[in-house]
Design a protein around this ligand. Structure first.
Ligand code: 5GP
Length: 197
């Protein structure tokens, strides 16, 4: 059985990476890693489904014990990817998706260079501002802070394997699926060739 591949889907806040990931999960053999966070649970979220909600003390203990593949502080809260769940899924041949912010994405690439990094961008900054405003979670000052943070995030795009534009959602999902398929085909081909030596 082939080992699964790891895909990191990242990008500035408001690009719609969460919506893209939700659509990908409808496909066979694509699984999402559930992150741990110290932020409060929002309406409509559930423990172990959207996140594992935990305390700062417990999160810092997990960091200390080396249980995190990566973590970042975002908006004053910790967010991190528990390592064991990801490696277990990869070992059992699953495609694993991490939906995380850009600092964490680069930390994953440093630890697991074979990870495939996909940077999701909006079609324009006006559209990014519109999406952040329409979802109504952040006030105007926070929206401008996030758009400003996107400057540094865009500058990191050469470190990603792919940049995809989330203009039309279905096209963006289709583009992402073809990246996943080509990574799987490549992995299978290499394993086949290795088995023949
Ligand atoms: P939210 O609070 O809106 O659910 O997430 C805030 C940000 O944290 C989003 O950009 C999301 O992608 C990111 N995020 C979620 N889980 C993780 C994680 O495990 N690690 C990192 N580095 N970022 C995460």
């Amino acid at each position: 059985m082939s080992k699964g591949s790891l895909f990191v889907i990242s990008g500035p806040s408001g690009t719609g990476k969460g919506t893209v990931c939700a659509k990908l999960l409808a496909e066979d053999n694509i699984f999402l890693s559930i992150s741990a966070t110290t932020r409060d649970m929002r309406v409509g979220e559930a423990e172990g489904v959207t996140y594992y909600y935990t305390t700062t003390e417990k999160f810092e203990k997990m960091i200390e014990n080396g249980e995190m593949l990566e973590y970042a502080v975002y908006g004053g809260n910790y967010y991190g990817t528990p390592k064991k769940a990801v490696t277990d899924m990869l070992d059992s041949g699953k495609n694993v998706i991490l939906e995380i912010e850009p600092q964490g994405a680069l930390k994953v690439k440093a630890q697991m260079p074979e990870a495939i990094l996909i940077f999701v961008v909006p079609p324009s900054i006006a559209e990014l501002r519109k999406r952040l405003t329409e979802r109504g979670r952040e006030d105007d000052a926070e929206i401008e802070r996030r758009i400003n943070a996107a400057k540094w995030e865009f500058s990191q795009s050469p470190k990603y394997n792919y940049v995809i534009v989330n203009d039309d959602l279905d096209t963006c999902v289709k583009d992402t699926l073809s990246i996943i398929k080509s990574a799987n085909d490549r992995q299978q081909m290499i394993e086949k060739l290795l088995s023949e030596i």
